[in-house]
Design a protein around this ligand. Structure first.
Ligand SMILES: N[C@@H](CCC(=O)N[C@@H](CS)C(=O)NCC(=O)O)C(=O)O
Length: 198
């Protein structure tokens, strides 16, 4: 069995898990809760960045970060890994990863151990989220019909924003994307992996 080091609240972990499941590898993965803050934990020994997700294969090889793990599962499944449709999914995944990065950074800014959050950085991350949602709606609506790694990542990213940053009104900036998001959140795979259950 492959081991996926993950966290229930990590949107990158959720993207990887749902992609693997969508490709038929769900039952070949053992989930291992990884603690990034626990020095000396297995996660620290296998991933120098001490981040989840990280995938450990049966032969001990470790694969990170999440786009590389996605690439690994696509290769395993013999899925298309070139051509215009593939690169549009890759681009959607990249915007989704950036949305996750901005939402994680904004959340961390509110938890600074050493002082008050910076208005500059909070504004910087919120603007990136609003702009990226509007950009995705303007550029990729026609690509959102299929459920694959790009669209899965996007759903995980938007749900993470709603979960951690509910005050950000990205739905106003991208109303059609918001309707798409409401629909995909009903998918059993999304319901099963809801981070609010963590
Ligand atoms: N670029 C990485 C980002 C992964 C990431 O930031 N994971 C977060 C959890 S959401 C983490 O483990 N953070 C722990 C830390 O930075 O100490 C990926 O795509 O896998």
């Amino acid at each position: 069995m492959m081991k996926l080091y993950y966290s229930i609240t990590s949107p990158y972990s959720r993207k990887v898990l749902l992609t693997a499941k969508s490709l038929g590898y769900g039952d070949q993965i053992t989930l291992v809760l990884g603690s990034s803050l626990e020095a000396g934990s297995t996660l620290h020994t296998i991933n120098p960045l001490a981040k989840v997700p990280a995938l450990q294969l049966d032969n001990g090889q470790v694969i990170f970060d999440s786009p590389v793990i996605v690439e690994y599962f696509l290769g395993l499944a013999g899925a298309e890994q070139s051509g215009p449709a593939y690169f549009r999914q890759r681009q959607i995944e990249a915007v989704a990863d950036g949305l996750m990065d901005a939402a994680v950074a904004k959340t961390m800014e509110t938890r600074r151990p050493d002082g008050a959050p910076s208005d500059f950085w909070m504004g910087r991350w919120e603007t990136a989220i609003l702009r990226s949602a509007a950009y995705t709606e303007a550029t990729f609506m026609e690509d959102l019909d299929s459920w694959q790694f790009g669209t899965i990542g996007l759903a995980c990213a938007l749900d993470y924003v709603c979960f951690r940053q509910p005050d950000i009104n990205w739905q106003q900036a991208a109303p059609k994307l918001a309707t798409w998001y409401e629909t995909v959140c009903q998918k059993p795979a999304m319901v099963e992996t809801d981070p609010r259950k963590g």
